[in-house]
Design a protein around this ligand. Structure first.
Ligand code: FES
Ligand code: FES
Length: 159
């Protein structure tokens, strides 16, 4: 067991655990940030996506020892002063969810995509989101939400 300091949603948090413990369970079990979801636990579904220094990563695959010192953003850390981010608002406006289990991971993946590519075309949206699975098949609405968040709703390919 060792002590690790994480910077989660702008706050320094200390946890005592084994260095191999996945960031996902540290967030959910130690820090009680349960918006990040456990899906497959194998890096395949993206339900556990968080931002690590601005990059979308599957937190089930990131050992806490690797995440220590990095800036971690979870779904709980996106809104500021009660105001949703454009991506969160767009997912709501487009109804881009059914059961909602994939949604926090989708929103984090879309946030990272738009930070890197502010005006993606549809192919770039699909490629940028293809590490995230929606078992409910809400993909068309998810793509629309990403387009809306990028200010491109109704532009088809987004070009
Ligand atoms: S739970 Fe991490 S990718 Fe599925
Ligand atoms: S809304 Fe159910 S898994 Fe995506």
């Amino acid at each position: 067991m060792s002590e690790f300091t994480l910077i989660v949603n702008g706050e320094r948090r200390r946890v005592v655990t084994g260095g191999d413990e996945p960031l996902l369970s540290v967030l959910r079990e130690h820090l009680k940030l349960t918006g990040t979801k456990y899906g497959c636990g194998e890096g395949q579904c993206g339900a556990c996506t968080v931002l690590v220094d601005g990059q979308a990563m599957h937190s089930c695959q990131v050992p806490v020892s690797v995440a220590a010192g990095a800036r971690i953003t979870t779904i709980e850390g996106l809104e500021q002063d009660g105001k949703l981010t454009p991506v969160q608002q767009a997912f709501l406006d487009e109804g881009a969810m059914q059961c909602g289990y994939c949604t926090s991971g989708m929103i984090l993946a879309a946030t990272a995509l738009l930070q890197q590519t502010p005006h993606p075309n549809d192919q770039q949206i699909v490629e940028g989101m293809n590490h995230n699975i929606c078992r409910c098949g809400a993909y068309p609405r998810i793509v629309k939400a990403v387009r809306r968040a990028a200010g491109m709703n109704g532009r088809g390919s987004g070009r």
